[in-house]
Design a protein around this ligand. Sequence first.
Ligand SMILES: NC(=O)c1ccc[n+]([C@@H]2O[C@H](COP(=O)([O-])OP(=O)(O)OC[C@H]3O[C@@H](n4cnc5c(N)ncnc54)[C@H](O)[C@@H]3O)[C@@H](O)[C@H]2O)c1
Length: 457
Amino acid sequence: MKSAPPSDAPAPFNVTRRSFLKRCTMLAAATGLPLWFVERQLRAAEDPVKKLSANDRPGIALIGCGGMGKVDAANASNYGDIVAVCDVDSGRLAEAVAKFTTEDGRKPDGYGDFRRLLERGDVHAIVNGTPDHWHSLINIAAARANKDIYSEKPLTLTIDEGRHVIKAVRDHKVILQTGTQQRSSTRFRLACELVRNGRIGQLREANVWLPAGLRDGPFATAPVPAGLNWDYWLGQAPFVEYVPQRCHGTFRFWYDYSGGTMTDWGAHHNDIAYWAIGLLAPTHVASTRLAEPIAGGYDAYSEYTVNYTYANGIRLNIHTTRDDSIYGAVINKDGQRNGIRFEGSDGWIWVNRDRIEASDPELLRTPLPEGAERLYVSKNHHQNFFDCMRTRQQPICDVETGHRSATMCHLGAISLRTGHALTWDPETERFTGEHAAEANGYLRREMRGPYDYSFVS
Ligand SMILES: NC(=O)c1ccc[n+]([C@@H]2O[C@H](COP(=O)([O-])OP(=O)(O)OC[C@H]3O[C@@H](n4cnc5c(N)ncnc54)[C@H](O)[C@@H]3O)[C@@H](O)[C@H]2O)c1
């Protein structure tokens, strides 16, 4: 593994921002148009996947070189150079080094400790593709090192972590995009705009279907594979002997590292429900467990319903389906797809990654009138992040949005784990009323040393 280069780093990335602003200012002066309008027009004219010129390319570091991290970094490499990669599994690290090459032909440097990578001056942004239990500490460290952040969802492992991440991002004025990419899909935006503008009348409830999780076990311990730093991988989570099913890919079915499909797929579909409903958080959550975990196996509930109620009476019901795989692929073509159905007084709208449908096709065909409420437009989640690195405007899934949509998922998981119907105060972000003391105990988790906040201070 290479050590970090000396800090005689290349010129900072905001050189490009200055030249972009200069172009905008000249054009605004020449045309008499407001600067903000010219900026928006120029940005909109950019080809979504156009590569930037060589000295316009930010340096990017990938932290967590698993399935999604590599996909995110490949997308990010349309806008910048992957100059460094980091993983606690040396095999995965080597694969990532082999996969990426900068535009001028250099291989990224490999790291086993993300803190060393963050010392580099030529890293302008990170892509955080680690498991959920590592998101917050890495994002906080990146913010403190003044790096912009593309972080995978769910943004946090606990609700309390969210406030720490928000503080670090705001204190250091960095850009954070949460990897809930459904917001950058025209289909989901259309559904949310129609709902918000009363196209289906008064919104009464939303029904979300998530793929059911895995229910399996018991699992045996095994020797730690060569090249995997298991203690570092576990991080803040309690120490346990190595069990393959706890690690790569299937970590999401354990509460120590994630929250089952409630927080995995829930981070996507709840984020869309949050966008359409437009309220900070529900005030009540209740749940039903439909299958018990197998002792010694995955411990996150695999099949369940969760029912949220908002202060204005709107209900959001979460269901699980076994007709789609845990990756969202169709298992039973006549079965229940994962997605969201908004039910209003005058009709319904169904939306998922494949299609949008309505009780009457005219509900979708008729354009919204002049003056209708419009939502943030992003046609490409990664491009939106890189645009915002230049403009320093908030990306479509900024840190607060990521925190709030993760919170919805955590509320569901806490109700499932405690077995209680609970009352939530969206302003103070605490449970109140019956069972509040027990439920508030789930807002944060003890972090195992040395992997607590001091690890990144
Ligand atoms: N946006 C999406 O559609 C989408 C899809 C899949 C996964 N995800 C999210 O991406 C994240 C990763 O999921 P995955 O399926 O790629 O997981 P994965 O297990 O395949 O990869 C995670 C990688 O992170 C590494 N890692 C763990 N701790 C680390 C640390 N401290 N420093 C550096 N590397 C570390 C692991 O060794 C592993 O290689 C999860 O949070 C998941 O929710 C998002």
